[in-house]
Unconditional design. Structure first.
Length: 166
């Protein structure tokens, strides 16, 4: 495998791992802090939980990088030889789909809720929170599948870290 291909695959594995781990932390710890409160208190709970802060300070840097790496890896994976090709291509396509779903629905919906949700009636706010948090499980499954495929491609690449000689 060429050096550029190896770097691209390694970066995909690393940054998808960061994104996936942060997403699960957010889902299990942070979102839980605001999804269980009364609808009228959801926006305040989001702020208190750090969810909004992460949406401005973490996700805008990690998510676009993963999306870009996924696109770059499609090109490299498409031309890859051997059995790793299908795993690598699956990883890149799954993570591209993850980015499209995130930027096409999840992000715009959350921005809308954070901007206008204070004026929504409690039933609409509760319905939104339930839909968004439930759908997020499918998005997390998509990201997990992408990461596992990337790890499998890496394991088949033969490009393993070698110990440094003293």
């Amino acid at each position: 495998m060429t050096r550029a291909r190896a770097i691209a695959l390694w970066l995909l594995v690393i940054f998808v791992g960061i994104q996936f781990g942060a997403g699960w932390y957010e889902k299990v710890i942070v979102v839980h802090l605001w999804e269980q409160v009364p609808p009228a208190d959801t926006l305040a709970a989001m702020t208190d939980s750090g969810f909004e802060r992460a949406g401005k300070a973490f996700w805008p840097f990690v998510s676009p990088l993963v999306a870009l790496l996924a696109l770059v890896n499609i090109g490299f994976a498409w031309r890859a030889p051997g059995p790793m090709r299908r795993w690598w291509l699956a990883a890149a396509l799954l993570m591209t789909t993850y980015a499209l779903v995130s930027y096409g629905w999840f992000v715009p919906q959350m921005v809308l809720f954070q901007r206008d949700g204070a004026g929504w009636d409690p039933d609409r706010a509760a319905s939104f929170v339930e839909l968004w948090t439930s759908a997020n499980y499918a998005r997390m499954a998509l990201g997990g599948a992408g990461w596992l495929c990337a790890l499998r491609a890496l394991s088949l690449s033969g490009d393993r870290a070698r110990p440094v000689a003293d």
